[in-house]
Every structure is written in structure tokens, then in C-alpha cells.
Design a protein around this ligand. Structure first.
Ligand SMILES: Nc1ncnc2c1ncn2[C@@H]1O[C@H](COP(=O)(O)OP(=O)(O)OP(=O)(O)O)[C@@H](O)[C@H]1O
Length: 496
């Protein structure tokens, strides 16, 4: 019996060789596709190298090697001369933009790996394939918020199972992993946050006084600079501000910058400042002309606070039922009660009666003053409760250089230190630097107040003293501190 190969086995052999050829073609096509894709990606990532390679190939194939060599030599020579002769413009126009682009790309490209390294990756099992996958928060809108100060920001969306707090906890490690000297996270939604990398420190330099706004905006008074290079706008309307820092921390610069920011309003009569200088006028005297009232003795200071409390009560009664929010006007100006070294009134004054009166008036203003437009701004060196028991009644706190780390939470509230407020690490070579915390906002913001030297303060007081132009009708006339009947006088005027 002769053996006949069956038809089935022949067709199997044919289909086997067909499969093999098809597989080879597919593999070759995949390889070509991979090579084209990689070449495009590499050219996109390293455009300069790609341009040089293309130019070199063109020069070689068309016999223009010498010409290209001369052009390249001229270009390189020009760059070297530029770098050596004008290093600042070379840095600004070429080196820095190139560095920024590289940094931005590196973070975008390495984001998943960075997240894994700082513990922000989550291992998840895919329901369909059953395979383990690594999920990392999404990064979008990566851009340089300040090119000058090297501040890079992006929007991060955490994955399900994570919180923005997890991101904030990893911020410091993330900053170090990206080579930034600081990294901050600010919550913008239940699962979203803005992440900021700081590669430079805009607060390392002294901040010069900002332009004085023509139009008063008490909800955003320009006071200095934030660490992301944006202006530090401090809310004054409907709040009270407590400024705390050791001696020499620069509390004065916050006060003068704040006065500078509202100077237009003072001049127009939309704001009145009643100032108390516990240090016998040593601190605030240079700006005397800006103040509607100025007290330098303990008795006068207590009287001033009580008068402000009376004005506040009367104004609140007038506003009751008609308005819940005070709008500054020349008839009803915003009243800023400025107290420098408030502890001299609340703790260090030997006269217990005066201390109690001061505490009572301060408590009244702090609890009821916001709506009728009576705002307390107090500066203090020692934040302990026995020195100022009312410190929690200030919704806005500015913590400058402090001696001990325990004082940070004491001033800014529980958890402020973990959120990055390192007031005890502010060097004494950086006066004016502070962390600001506003009630209801989780993260403290690092800022530096503008610095007003004596000349700038003198100029400010000279040019922005309250105007006496027709139409200006002060709620209270300027009162000589030595008048014993001050209180009655004011009560009458306030009631008018
Ligand atoms: N924002 C600032 N920028 C640069 N230097 C500043 C700034 N603020 C203050 N300084 C410098 O620090 C010194 C001390 O500042 P300042 O008197 O305001 O401190 P302070 O906290 O008010 O101290 P004290 O409680 O003893 O009055 C100033 O004389 C000034 O030289």
C-alpha cells in the first residue's frame, strides 16, 4: 500500500508557512513603525540635536560640508562671545529659558515615576485583565507662573482612594525629588490641588514699597510679595489682623506696608487710622500725620480703644436692619485700630484696672467690629495665651520669626507647622518674612512685607495725610491726646 499524503496535512503545512510569513511581515512593519515613532519622539525631545544631524547629513550628501562647518563655527563663536561679554542677557535670554524648558519637560515626563518614588502611586488590580496596575495622580496645566522667580505650577487630580492631604504630606519629598528648594500644595477642590515648585526665592531680596493704589480696595491691600512671586494682598475689610514675631522680625514693615496699601483711602477720608504706640511713640511717630488719633500713654491708649468700641456699637446700631456689610465712605470710614505691642496694654501694665479695661475694649472690637467696619490690627512679640488671651479672635494671622517651634501652632493654629509654616526657621537675616494664615484656608502662605525706611515713611505721611479738602467730613475730629474729656467729645461726634 503506497502512502498518499493526505490533503488535510498539505493544507496544514501551507497554512503554517503562510502564518510564519504573515508574522514576519507584521513584525517588520511594527519594527519600522517603532523606528519612525522613536525618531519623531527623539527629534521632538532633542530638536537641536535633530537639526544638527539633518544639517550634517545634508552637508555630507550635497558636498556642502565646509560651508556648514563655517556656519556652525560662526554660531558657536557668537554664543561664546555673548556668554563672556554679556552673561546676564545670555542667562536671561538663552540659558534660563532652556533650563526652564528642560525642567518642565522632565517633570511632565517623569511624573508617574516621581509619584511612585514619593509614595503617591496606588497598586490597583484591573477588573477585566486581572493584572496589577500602578495608578498615579494626574498632572495638567504645568506652566511657569513666574519666569523671573522660577515658580512652576501645575494642577493635580488625585486618584480615587487618595486625598489632597496625601499630596500635601508628600510635598516636601516631591520638592526635593524635583530639585526644588520648596514645593507647596494648595487644595482647589475635593480631589484637585495646585502644586507649586519653587526653584528660586523671590523673598530673598528686600521688597521695595509697592505703588500706592489710587482706589481703596480693603479686601486686597498690597503689602508685599508672596513666595510664588505674586503680590501679597492682605484682606483688611471684615477681619482683624494679628502680627506676631520676635523683636527685629520686621513687624514694623508689615504695619507700614499695610498703611501704604490703604494710604489712598486715608487721604480720601475713606479710612481712619487710630493708632496706639505702646512704646511711647518710638515706632509709629514718623507716620503721625496719617493717623486721625494717636495715643502713646497707657491711659490714652485704653481711652482710644474704648472710644473705638463705642463708635463700633453706635455704628452697628445704625446699620441694624439696613445693611449687614459696611461700605467705607467719607461719612462712615473704615476704622483701623492699630495697636503696636498690644501686650503692653494687656499684660505688662502694672495697673490692673487699666489692663481689664483694655482687654474688654479689645474683646468687644474683636468680636463685633468686623461687620460695622472697625478693624483691629495688633502687633505682638510674645504669643502666649497669658499675654494675649484674645489671639484666636483674629481671623488673619501673620507669624514672623519666632523663637520656638511650639509658638508656630500657638499663633497660626494647630497643624500650621506640618503645613509648612516654619517661622522658627526664618533666619534673622530675612526681616519682614512671615507666614500668613487666614481662617478657613488650610495652607499658610510664605510672604515678605515691603520695607519702608524712614525716608519712605516720611514721604508716605507727607503725601497721604487725611485730606482737608471741601466735602471731607471726618467722623471724628483729630483729638489732642492730652484732652481728658476725649471720650465724651468723641461719643457726641460719633452720635452726630
Ligand atoms: N521687610 C523688611 N525688609 C528688609 N528689612 C527689614 C524689613 N522689615 C524690617 N527690616 C529691618 O529689620 C529691622 C527691625 O525691623 P522692625 O523694627 O520692623 O522689627 P520689629 O519686629 O517691629 O521689632 P520690635 O518688636 O523690636 O519693634 C529694621 O530696622 C530693618 O532694618
Amino acid at each position: 500500500m503506497t502512502h498518499q499524503p493526505s490533503q488535510q496535512s498539505t493544507s496544514q503545512a501551507n497554512s503554517g508557512s503562510d502564518d510564519w510569513i504573515a508574522e514576519l511581515i507584521v513584525s517588520l512593519l511594527s519594527l519600522v513603525w517603532w523606528m519612525v515613532k522613536t525618531a519623531i519622539q527623539l527629534a521632538w525631545r532633542f530638536p537641536l540635536v535633530a537639526a544638527v544631524l539633518v544639517a550634517g547629513w545634508w552637508a555630507y550628501s550635497s558636498d556642502h560640508l565646509l560651508l556648514v562647518g563655517i556656519v556652525v563655527a560662526i554660531l558657536v563663536g557668537a554664543l561664546v562671545v555673548w556668554r563672556l561679554t554679556w552673561p546676564v542677557s545670555f542667562d536671561r535670554l538663552l540659558a534660563q529659558p532652556a533650563w526652564r524648558r528642560r525642567k518642565q519637560r522632565a517633570i511632565r515626563r517623569n511624573w508617574p515615576g516621581l509619584c511612585e518614588r514619593v509614595g503617591l502611586a496606588m497598586a490597583v488590580t484591573d477588573r477585566r485583565s486581572g493584572q496589577r496596575e500602578s495608578w498615579t495622580p494626574g498632572l495638567s496645566r504645568l506652566r511657569w507662573a513666574s519666569r523671573e522667580h522660577l515658580v512652576l505650577t501645575g494642577r493635580v487630580q488625585v486618584v480615587a482612594g487618595q486625598t489632597v492631604d496625601d499630596l500635601a504630606t508628600a510635598a516636601e519629598t516631591m520638592g526635593a525629588a524635583c530639585g526644588a528648594w520648596s514645593c507647596r500644595v494648595r487644595k482647589t477642590g475635593p480631589r484637585t490641588a495646585t502644586i507649586t515648585w519653587l526653584y528660586g526665592d523671590p523673598l530673598a531680596q528686600v521688597v521695595t514699597p509697592l505703588p500706592i493704589p489710587d482706589v481703596l480696595d480693603a479686601s486686597a491691600v498690597p503689602v508685599g510679595l508672596c513666595e510664588d512671586g505674586q503680590p501679597w494682598l492682605l484682606r483688611l475689610a471684615a477681619t482683624h489682623v494679628l502680627i506676631v514675631g520676635v523683636t527685629g522680625a520686621g513687624k514694623g514693615s508689615v504695619v507700614w506696608s499695610l498703611l501704604g496699601g490703604i494710604a489712598g483711602g486715608i487721604h480720601e477720608g475713606l479710612v481712619q487710622v487710630w493708632a496706639v504706640d505702646g512704646k511711647a511713640g518710638m515706632e509709629l511717630q514718623p507716620g503721625r500725620d496719617l493717623f486721625t488719633r494717636f495715643a502713646t500713654t497707657v491711659e490714652d491708649s485704653v481711652q482710644l480703644l474704648e472710644d473705638a468700641a463705642v463708635l463700633m456699637t453706635e455704628r452697628a446700631a445704625r446699620m441694624a436692619g439696613t445693611s449687614r456689610r459696611h461700605e467705607p465712605s467719607t461719612r462712615e470710614p473704615l476704622l483701623v485700630v492699630l495697636v503696636d505691642e498690644v501686650a503692653l496694654l494687656t499684660a505688662y501694665t502694672p495697673d490692673r484696672k487699666l489692663r481689664d479695661r483694655a482687654e474688654k475694649a479689645l474683646a468687644a472690637i474683636a468680636t463685633q467690629g468686623r461687620a460695622p467696619g472697625v478693624v483691629l490690627v495688633a502687633a505682638l512679640q510674645d504669643p502666649r495665651k497669658e499675654v494675649l488671651g484674645l489671639r484666636n479672635l483674629f481671623p488673619t494671622k501673620v507669624a514672623m520669626r519666632l523663637d520656638e517651634k511650639a509658638q508656630v501652632d500657638m499663633v497660626l493654629g494647630e497643624g500650621a507647622r506640618e503645613s509648612g509654616a516654619l517661622c522658627h526657621q526664618i533666619p534673622d537675616t530675612s526681616p519682614g518674612v512671615a507666614y500668613v494664615k487666614v481662617d478657613g484656608v488650610r495652607e499658610p502662605v510664605r510672604v515678605r512685607a515691603a520695607y519702608y525706611d524712614d525716608h519712605a515713611i516720611g514721604e508716605l505721611a507727607r503725601t497721604h495725610a487725611p485730606s482737608k479738602a471741601p466735602g471731607f467730613r471726618p467722623v471724628f475730629s483729630v483729638v489732642d491726646d492730652s484732652h481728658p474729656e476725649t471720650g465724651d467729645h468723641l461719643r457726641q461726634a460719633g452720635a452726630a
